[in-house]
Design a protein around this ligand. Sequence first.
Ligand SMILES: [Zn+2]
Length: 338
Amino acid sequence: MKRYQREIVKYTAVICFTVIFSLIVLPGIIVGLYPQGSGEKPPVPGQTQAPGPDIQINVYRHESGKVVSVPLEEYVKGVVAGEMPSTFEVEALKAQAVAARTYAVSKVRRSATGNPAEHPDAPLCDDVHCQVYRTEEELKKLKGDQWMAEGYKKISEAVEATAGQVMYYQGALVEQPLFHSSSGGKTENSEDVFTSALPYLRSVDSPYEEDAPHQGESVSISMATFASKIKSVYPNAGTISRDTVKITEHSEGGRVETMKVGNASVTGRRVRDLFGLRSANFTISFTGSDIVFTTTGYGHGVGMSQYGANGMAKAGFGYTDILSHYYSGVEVKPVTAQ
Ligand SMILES: [Zn+2]
């Protein structure tokens, strides 16, 4: 475990980056303007520890630039509403609730040693940097009364059914309950996508993703554009043509680990970022003067697949089955004082 503890600081930066990719799944939910809800309270002074589930947590609101205090369970409802469609199965919503709560409690506890530089006065913020959070009032404005009566009610019940429950790995609170939209059939080891090997973020099969969108999507890019973008990052890449572009290594989960592009060795993740691909799980082909990327899955592929979770729920699995499948070796149990 010491290895992991040493890497906590580095990994904290990584999570902020990675959560961005997992959250672009629901663009209709992530909107530009977030009026501040009237139900919020001023921040809890000097909050550094989360003693248990009955806590108020401090959240930095980007729109107002203020820190507000929100009861944990109300916060979790506002996060699940921002992370997963309410049309998903109840057991999948419960799994998402436990993941969101685990992340929040872990961030609050770690705030004893400092908050993120982006919001030094609160352990969490309300957008993709941490987890998307919306107040009930904001959700009502965004989605309307009918959604509140149906979707929000369903989400609220899923959150309440798991109130206070979080994930532990060998007695320690899980810090990085990462998730993504869909894996394309197999998730990734954390170190194959990010820098740290976390024991609960192992590559596992994700066999129930048949309803996931964005499978087998193709993106064509002219070789000229492809070469110019690559050279903007790798100026010494040399000649880039269809003969000098090859996938050289795959990860255990099936994503492209490295590509040879001219003289440059480029990670699949870098290619995904540079060209806005849905995932690094791609093949390449050439048509005319274009390079064609065909992607499977959506997101970074680490941790819980949301569509896989929904598929498992449809197949009759419960939320603890879903969580212990995607987060290897975890236990779901009530949050303890320490
Ligand atoms: Zn944040």
